[in-house]
Design a protein around this ligand. Structure first.
Ligand SMILES: C[S@@+](CC[C@H](N)C(=O)[O-])C[C@H]1O[C@@H](n2cnc3c(N)ncnc32)[C@H](O)[C@@H]1O
Length: 260
């Protein structure tokens, strides 16, 4: 049985979160396209609410989704059922570091900075080595991570009004976010809060949530991939496929292959 996940307490606002995020349109198109171009079994680690996997399934791509959060998997199942593609999804309640596939995959993807939920470098190392073990020879591992810059740190540390919406119970709600960013440990503590307002605009409730994140420096990502046995095919600096360059990159997007 997989352990409980921080995302069990985040699942009900996840869609508002992704609908209002800067990079979700570009990363959605990139990953769906990558899944559709792959011939054999495709796995999305940290499948979440199926934002990407269900879009791929709607284009006839069968998918295996792995997630540690039962609440996120429940949302994924509901989303797939709503889109009429539940039969194309196999969902596994498991950890990045220990999921077991029935057959080796041709593609394992880990979208949307999700490797960063493993904060310790050693856990990332274990996850990458485990991904390698679950790939067919010649299979690919694709993931993205933050490319952390002073500008991105400043942005994350600001208090931002993320969304204004009606909650599931119909409450007028403001969603706020800020982050504690620790350069020494390369870790990020995301803190969100929702304010529920009455008809006069007075706050009637506030709920806080927190998520643990982290980032790799590009040299660390390269080392972890190489140590695990991967051959690195590409590193992009954005989801349009621009080659990674320190001066211009917005993300680090790694394409690595298990040698045939
Ligand atoms: C940022 S969300 C990404 C969801 C989806 N891939 C997307 O792009 O919208 C990260 C997901 O990874 C899952 N997750 C975090 N740590 C995990 C772990 N160690 N093993 C498996 N899933 C994990 C979370 O439960 C969450 O659903």
């Amino acid at each position: 049985m997989a352990a409980a996940s921080e995302y069990d307490h985040f699942a009900d606002i996840y869609q508002v979160w992704t609908d209002t995020a800067a990079s979700t349109t570009a990363n959605l198109a990139f990953y769906v396209d990558t899944y559709l171009k792959t011939e054999g079994p495709v796995v999305e680690l940290g499948v979440g609410d199926g934002r990407i996997a269900v879009a791929a399934a709607a284009r006839r791509r069968s998918m295996i989704g792995v997630d540690l959060s039962q609440a996120m998997l429940d949302r994924c199942r509901a989303r797939a059922a709503g889109a009429g593609v539940l039969d194309r999804l196999t969902l596994l309640h498991a950890d990045f570091r220990s999921f077991q596939l029935d057959e080796p995959a041709d593609l394992i993807a880990l979208p949307y900075h999700s490797l960063g939920h493993l904060v310790a470098l050693d856990d990332k190392r274990r996850a990458i080595a485990h991904v390698f073990s679950q790939l067919a020879p010649g299979g690919r591992f694709v993931f993205d991570d933050f490319f952390m810059t002073p500008g991105l740190m400043d942005h994350m540390r600001k208090v931002q009004l993320r969304a204004e919406y009606r909650s599931a119970t119909g409450a007028d709600t403001l969603l706020w976010v800020t982050s504690l960013v620790d350069e020494t440990t390369q870790s990020i503590r995301v803190v969100t809060w929702e304010d529920e307002l009455d008809a006069a605009g007075m706050q009637v409730a506030r709920r806080y949530r927190r998520l643990s994140l982290s980032w790799l420096e590009p040299a660390q990502a390269r080392t972890l991939l190489t140590e695990a046995g991967f051959a690195i095919e590409s590193c992009f600096g954005d989801f349009a496929g621009t080659p990674f360059a320190e001066g211009t990159a917005h993300e680090q997007i790694w394409i690595a292959r298990r040698p045939a």
